[in-house]
Design a protein around this ligand. Sequence first.
Ligand SMILES: Cc1ncc(COP(=O)(O)O)c(C=O)c1O
Length: 457
Amino acid sequence: MSATESLRHDELVARARQITTRELQVYMERTAGSQRATDRARKVLPLGVPSSFQAYDPHPIVVRRAQGSWMEDVDGNRYTDYDMGFGALFSGHCHPTLRAAVDAQLDDGTLFVTPCELNADVAELLAARYGLPMWRFTNSGTEATMDAIRVARGITGREKIVKVEGGYHGHHDEVMISMKPPISEAGPADAPTAIPATAGITRAVLADTKVIPYNDPEALERVLRDGDVAAFIVEPVMENIGICMPQRGYLEAVREITRRYGTMLIFDEVKTGITAGWSGATGVLGVQPDLVCLAKSIGGGLPLGAFGGTQECMDQITAGKVLHLGTYNGNPLCMAAAKAVLADICTPETHQEVNERNSRLVAACQTVIDGAGLPAHTVQFGAKGCITWSVEPIRTYRDYKATDFDLAFAQWMHGINRGVLLPPGLDEQWLISVMHTEADAMHYAGVFQEFVDELTA
Ligand SMILES: Cc1ncc(COP(=O)(O)O)c(C=O)c1O
C-alpha cells in the first residue's frame, strides 16, 4: 500500500468506526424486544441461543416470522433475508410447493423407521445431479461429513485425514480443528499447526488430522506422501471465509494427487450443493470426488443431510464393514421436502434465473465499489455473493484474516438497521433465493450505496 493509499485507508477505518458506534446505538433502540427475549433466554440457554453461531453482541435479533424472502423480529422490524438460514434456503422461506408437499406428507405420517418409497425417489434425484450412484441420508451436514470420513477410513484402512486451514465441516471432533485459528498460534502458512477449535478434542483426534492451506497442491502432496491418509475433505469453493475460489487447476491437481496416493477425495458441498447450480460445485467446476456431502438447501428448510459416493465407497456400507445408522435418517417428512426441492423447485431454469439475478446484484455492488475507489471487491458463486474488504481476491484463510474487519462490521451493522439481514459472522455471504424478487435482491445494493456514500463523504 502506498503512503497515500494507507492514509485514505486509515480515514475510511476511522469513519467506519464512527458509523459502527452510531449504528450500535440505533440497533439497541430498535431491537429492545430482542434484548428482552435474549436476557430471558440467557437464563436457560448458554449465550441465549440454540447454536453458538447464532450469538453476537450486544444480542442477536430474535425472530418471530419468516416467509418468502423476509423475516420479522419480535419488535416488528422487517428484514430482507440474505442470510437464508446460513445458505439453507435456496427455495426461500416456506416455498408454496414445498409447503404443499410437507402438508400432504403430514396426512401420511412423519416417521416410519422402516423404508419409504420416497427414499429411492430422492436418492435417484441426487444421483442424477451429482454423478455418484449411491446415497444415504443424515439429519445434518455434520453427520454427512462424519459418515463420509468413516466410509473413507473403511475403504482405505487408514486413519489420518487432511483438511484445509479455515475450513468448516460441521461440529464433530475430527473437523473442529483449525476452523478459525488465531494466526499467532497457527504456525507457518505453508504447513499450519493443527489447532483444536474447542475444548473436548482428544490428543489422538488432533494427531489424526493434518492441516494444509487451500489452493496449495504442493502442500497436499507433502502430507499425502507417507501413504497414511484416508481422506482429504475440502469445500470445492470455500464458503466459510467469504467466498474463496479455487485457483485455476487447483481442484484438478487435488483430484490427481489424491488418486495417486490412494486417498479418498471428499467434497463438502453442504453450502455449494444446491446454491452453486443444478449439479453443485462438482458440476460447475467439473471435478468429480469420491464422496460428496450435502445438507442445508436440499431440505428446503427442514433438517436433512446426505452423502453420496462411488459404488466402491458405498459398498463398504452394503457389505456391513462401515455402519451407517440414524433413527431419523430418510424420514418421510424431510424426504417429501427434498423431493419437492430437487424435482420441482430447483430446476435448471430456476437456477439460471436466480444466478442471473444474483449477477445483477453483484455487478451493482461492484459499480458502487469502483465508483468510490474502495479497497474491496465482489465475489459471486452461483446464487451466493459477497463483498470482501481487500483489493486482491483471497486465496487462503491467511488472506481472509488480512481483510478489513472494521469496514466489514460497519457495513453489516449499517445494513441490519436498514432491513438488510446478513449472517452475523463476517465470514459468510449472501444468498439470493428462488423467492427473492428483483427488487428484494437490489435492496442490498441500494443500502450498500448509502453506506459507501456516508463512508466516503
Ligand atoms: C461447509 C459446511 N459443512 C458442514 C456444515 C455443517 O452442517 P450442519 O450445520 O447442518 O451440521 C456446514 C454448516 O454451516 C458447512 O458450512
